[in-house]
Write a protein that binds this ligand. Structure first.
Ligand code: ZN
Length: 165
């Protein structure tokens, strides 16, 4: 008789990110991306949540795509700003390599100092975009008071994405 001893092993996952007190400390190119995301947020269709989210996507080619949340009276039919922007890239530039994704918001759903972090569904989509292009996507998440969180790769926000672990 052979006994196989399988001992549980604990694993530790760590992530690194940078917090900047205000996005005006970032370099001008990043500030421009943030300003564009705020301009996109103004066009959000958010009559139900009144929470206006904007996203900007910078490709390595230098092209920039924008998105904002698009709500619907049938709530699940709406879509988040991040996915609107990423799917626009996928639909029009399927070979495009995403360098940076910025997310900003305005509204009372979260406190001014809280990080505007993508929902779980968006994290899955961002992670697959990163996996698809085989290079990291930098994330810049801006709180409403200007505090900014920078992640060097999207998968830091989703440890075990579906289908990619
Ligand atoms: Zn989302």
């Amino acid at each position: 008789m052979v006994y196989i001893c399988v001992r549980p092993m604990k694993h530790i996952h760590t992530i690194e990110y940078t917090i900047i007190e205000h996005y005006n400390e970032l370099d001008p190119a990043d500030q421009k991306l943030i300003d564009l995301a705020y301009s996109a947020a103004k066009n959000a269709y958010a009559p139900y949540s009144n929470f206006h989210v904007g996203a900007s996507v910078l490709l390595t080619s230098g092209e920039i795509f924008l998105g904002n949340n698009q709500e619907n009276i049938a709530y699940p039919s709406g879509l988040c700003a991040e996915r609107v922007a990423l799917f626009h890239v996928g639909a029009t530039h399927p070979e495009g390599i995403i360098d940076t994704l910025v997310v900003v918001a305005k509204g009372n759903l979260i406190k001014p100092e809280e990080c505007v972090s993508p929902c779980g569904a968006c994290r899955q989509v961002i992670a697959e975009s990163e996996n698809r292009q085989k290079s990291p996507i930098r994330l810049i998440l801006v709180a409403q008071n200007g505090r900014t969180f920078v992640f060097d790769k999207a998968t830091d926000l989703l440890v075990f994405p579906f289908g990619m672990s």
